[in-house]
Design a protein around this ligand. Sequence first.
Ligand code: GDP
Length: 311
Amino acid sequence: MFNSLSDRLTSTFKNLRGKGRLSESDINSTIRDIRLALIDADVATPVVREFTGRVRERALGAEVSQALNPGQQVVKIVNEELVGVLGGQTRELQMAKHPPTVIMLAGLQGSGKTTFAGKLARFLRDKGHFPVLVAADLQRPNAVTQLEVVAERAGVPCFAPEPGNVGGHDAATAEGTQSYGDPVWVARAGVGQAKVRQYDVVIVDTAGRLAVDENLMQQAADIRDAIQPDEVLFVIDAMIGQAAIETALAFQKGVDFTGVVLSKLDGDARGGAALSVASVTGRPIMFSSIGEQTKDIEVFHPDRMASRILD
Ligand code: GDP
């Protein structure tokens, strides 16, 4: 990810670094190169415009004209602004004062939600928590089984809407008249079970579609209302390109997510989603998913990502 963006920016800055003085035209041509590199990386147009506007304003100001090494100073500005676009500070998971902490996952089908549920469970288990997964994606026939497999790999239990398979515990047998087919009921019952069994983190997987779909968005909103999660994480495939903005805004409107997970960052896509979503939604990127295995999860650090792009 970001290889081509990184190469383009590095070669732009190579021309600048050694310069003793920078003319306005030096700065303008640098900004133009940055703009083109970002557009080619699929970064959303409004983000590109704002970013280059801020860099230009600062680059033409006193901090550069009075710097001992103006070229270096411009690179520093680009770095700082990039950290800003990526969300600024690292944002950690908000854990509930009174467990369990409830984390709901939302996103398009295929975005990597279910895989991420296992990664997050393992990540939290390794930190000494006792997570449980809840399978509230009842849209795809395979989704429940897939989550059970993911849970087993992560070494955590799974609360599933089918009798006889809750990670070694009793099934979520319906104690009322609700059917197993109701994801809101499953999500609520899963959180209830976690409380009874004293798990301290509940990770709820929800259904996605290949495109934003009103019914499913409403279902996700209903689940959110029913379980009152501490975090709603929006999982987005970093390879999605220009569609990132539209998708992220639709999910923000639908479920008002609290954080973003960038998945498939191990791919060689151009990475525009990564560089657009935090800025457009104002929500922090909290994790990156970097492969298909349970261990392939990283806490997202905007400063480290910016350095990786600019180094
Ligand atoms: P869901 O429909 O949102 O639950 O998506 P899945 O978790 O089923 O993932 C869809 C596909 O993407 C699967 O084939 C996963 O193995 C793959 N996948 C998920 N996360 C990653 C990742 O970080 N990197 C790569 N390379 N593949 C991933």
